[in-house]
Design a protein. Structure first.
Length: 269
């Protein structure tokens, strides 16, 4: 798990004393002002700001579809994470927050600074995971062989993302069959042979973001996890689809990833 410093550890300084800006949901910690965007909008700078920290998380990728009995989809990759410190002149700066269910899923600040949406998990018919901010997990392999997790393409410079885990072929040991976990911003997704967990996320100001969605592996006792749960953190990937018949028969459609977020922090007095 990657941990970024607390906001007071940034040691931000501003010239000219009291400064301010508007946009998003505003909160305060000591001399620091925090603007949190959970939907797209404008960040309006009223007085020039220096050493502004901008934390960008894009939407997580969807889990992969199950294909048939005991053929699991890979976990969705987490959205890419970017962290910048810049100076801002007076003006209006567009903030885009990526949606997991529409558009590109990419979050950005003033278009120049951005992170990419997480890659989707591969389907359970032997499809590789897809490239994204963090890569999606590989779908469960077929008799033709195993699958690969998607690569990470996190975003602009100072961006974080990791690859998805690989899926394994159904002809392998029953204790290693399954799909790969999606990559997280703090670590790669696990392969089916390592039990398909999603990659770890990143902690910013005490909150975790951008975890990888989990895949699924099978053994003689059935599917694991037997009852998948959606990650609740912003920018996290969805879980892969599951269908199995080690009674009772159960089926779960894959889930979408979670929307992104943009957080702006600076010293305002």
């Amino acid at each position: 798990m990657i941990r970024f410093p607390g906001i007071l550890d940034f040691k931000m300084e501003t010239a000219g004393g009291f400064v301010s800006a508007t946009g998003g949901t505003v909160s305060y910690i000591g001399d620091y002002k925090i603007h949190t965007f959970t939907s797209s909008g404008d960040f309006q700078v009223l007085n020039s700001l220096t050493d502004v920290s901008i934390f960008i998380v894009s939407a997580g990728g969807s889990g992969g579809n199950t294909y048939s009995y005991a053929q699991a989809g890979g976990g969705g990759g987490a959205g890419g994470v970017s962290l910048f410190k810049i100076n801002l002149n007076v003006g209006t700066y567009p903030v885009v927050v990526g949606s997991a269910t529409s558009g590109t899923g990419k979050s950005s600040f003033n278009t120049t600074y951005y992170a990419n949406k997480g890659g989707s998990g591969g389907s359970g018919n032997g499809t590789n995971g897809y490239t994204g901010g963090s890569g999606g997990g590989g779908g469960q392999g077929t008799l033709m062989g195993a699958t690969s997790g998607g690569d990470a393409s996190a975003g602009s410079s100072t961006a974080y993302g990791n690859a998805g885990g690989s899926g394994n072929a159904t002809s392998a040991s029953p204790y290693t069959n399954g799909s790969g976990g999606g990559g997280g911003a703090g670590g790669a997704g696990a392969s089916a042979t390592s039990h398909s967990a999603g990659g770890t996320g990143i902690v910013f100001m005490g909150t975790t973001y951008a975890e990888g969605g989990h895949g699924c592996y099978f053994d003689s006792y059935g599917a694991h996890p037997a009852s998948p749960t959606q990650k609740t953190t912003k920018g996290s990937g969805g879980y892969g689809g599951i269908w199995y018949e080690n009674p009772p028969s159960k089926y779960w459609a894959p889930s979408y990833g979670n929307d992104g977020i943009v957080i702006i922090v600076y010293k305002y007095k």
